[in-house]
Design a protein around this ligand. Structure first.
Ligand code: ADP
Ligand code: ASP
Ligand code: MG
Length: 437
């Protein structure tokens, strides 16, 4: 069994959906296909829910009609027979009537989740119908019948496995199964989701509970690149990465993989392959638990970081100071990413600044607090510690003209991180690319 996830661009137009049907037919073994919403749809639905929240019903209605029109055109282009054009049209009518129901009514967070789910519900139904029209047998696996998160928002592995295995056992004849990425139910049975970009996570969870032979994440680029292709030219795809390296890169901004999608496959040693729908012959990047060679492999960057410095005379020769500082972040459920210390001060970074004001007002009890917002963490990943390769020197030399706010080395053997002003991010990524690869 393999699990193949296709992202928004891979199902982004009728033509792409038609290509996808050719691509998935070539498999002789059972395959579960996980689909995202068509590119742009979830963003459009987010915009609609924002308007509904703000009770801007006129504009909400306009946006709903605009999206509906796009889908009507797509249905017309995708299907060739009258029967399926009609089926497709009924599909769009029913999903958009559902969305229109929320206009002129009070609106809650739960309803927002239900609206966001429509993108994946539509794309999977369209693909299922298209396969039927083309005579390709497939079975539909509604994600809302097996994908569930618990009260802490963590996947309920037991529930997912039990239900998915039961549903699959009921469909012994089929080889091709289609399900929705991103959407799930929460502990109360309500429609929820795995956060933006979460279709990768769906694929990884399915691959993990079924102990699949491989999970493949298909997107619009031929694998994990050694730097962010959105900001740097001439990046190249890596053949292999370890789960630990991929986890650092995904967490620190490599958009090609959702950061949560690494752990489920790592735990069960299910290989993950990143592939390009636009160029399927390329082997892509294979991610496994194996170590994959020495030295610097790849770079990623994450924006929107706040750096917090606490300077205190009380830290000198004292113990327990760091615990007191970290407790404040724990109380406000705010994860810390980078930390550097000196004898009289500590600097750390956070990504979630929702409670920054409250945190600051607690921290001032310990000393002087300085906050720098709009920072970027640049994360350089490879295998640095097992062999002394001079990697840190190369990194710092490459960044000699960029002001560095923090440097972190030695936290794991895979990662060197530096903190820079967000406006220096692109120059830093480019300088690293020029000097390291
Ligand atoms: P999908 O919609 O298929 O999930 P995403 O847009 O989420 O696709 O992810 C693919 C995009 O990730 C690529 O088009 C590329 O611009 C971006 N990206 C960022 N960092 C990397 C990287 N290191 N390697 C490859 N792609 C990356
Ligand atoms: N459609 C969802 C999003 O845009 C999930 C995904 O694409 O992975 O975030
Ligand atoms: Mg994605």
């Amino acid at each position: 069994m393999k699990v193949l996830k296709f992202g928004g661009t891979s199902v982004g137009s009728p033509e792409r959906i038609q290509n996808l049907a050719k691509l998935v037919q070539c498999n002789n073994e059972p395959v579960i296909i996980v689909l995202s919403a068509m590119a742009g749809t979830t963003n459009a639905l987010v915009k609609i829910t924002d308007l509904l929240y703000r009770k801007d019903m006129d504009n909400a209605s306009k946006q709903i009609s605009k999206l509906e029109e796009q889908y009507r055109k797509r249905i017309d282009e995708l299907f060739t027979t009258e029967i399926f054009k009609n089926k497709g049209s009924e599909l769009i009518t029913s999903h958009f009537n559902y969305i229109k129901n929320f206009v002129n009514r009070s609106f809650t967070a739960l309803q927002e989740k239900a609206i966001l789910a429509q993108g994946e519900l539509i794309s999977t139904a369209m693909f299922h119908y298209y396969l039927s029209e083309t005579g390709i047998d497939s079975a539909f696996l509604p994600a809302l019948n097996f994908m569930r998160i618990d009260k802490d928002g963590e996947p309920d592995y037991f529930y997912i496995q039990e239900n998915l295995e039961r549903i699959l056992a009921d469909e012994p004849k089929h080889k091709l199964f289609i399900t929705q990425g991103f959407i799930c139910r929460n502990a109360y049975g309500e429609v929820d989701n795995l956060k933006r970009g979460g279709s990768d996570y769906t694929a990884s969870l399915i691959g993990s509970v079924l102990q699949a032979d491989e999970v493949q994440i298909w997107t619009d680029i031929d694998g994990f690149h050694n730097n962010d292709p959105r900001y740097v030219d001439n990046t190249s795809a890596l053949k292999q990465l370890s789960f630990d390296e991929a986890a650092e890169l995904a967490y620190f901004g490599a958009k090609i993989m959702h950061p949560s999608s690494i752990m489920p496959c790592k735990l069960k040693s299910v290989p993950v392959r990143l592939k390009n729908t636009l160029n399927p012959v390329e082997e892509g990047t294979l991610i496994t638990n194996d170590e994959t060679g020495k030295g610097i492999k790849a770079i990623a960057a994450k924006d929107g970081i706040s750096a917090v410095k606490i300077k205190s005379g009380r830290m000198l020769l004292a113990y327990g100071f760091l615990r007191k500082v970290f407790e404040i972040f724990e109380i406000y459920k705010t994860p810390i990413d980078m930390i550097t210390t000196s004898e009289v001060a500590i600097s750390l970074t956070i990504d979630d600044s929702t409670n920054l004001k409250e945190i600051e007002s607690e921290l001032v009890k310990f000393g002087n607090v300085e906050i720098d917002e709009n920072q970027s963490i640049i994360c350089i990943v490879g295998d640095f510690i097992s062999e002394s390769t001079g990697s840190a020197k190369k990194v710092l030399e490459a960044l000699e003209n960029i002001p560095l706010r923090m440097i972190s080395y030695g936290g794991s053997k895979h990662n060197i991180s530096v903190l820079v002003n967000q406006e220096d991010k692109v120059s830093a990524l480019q300088a690293l690319s020029r000097n390291l690869f």
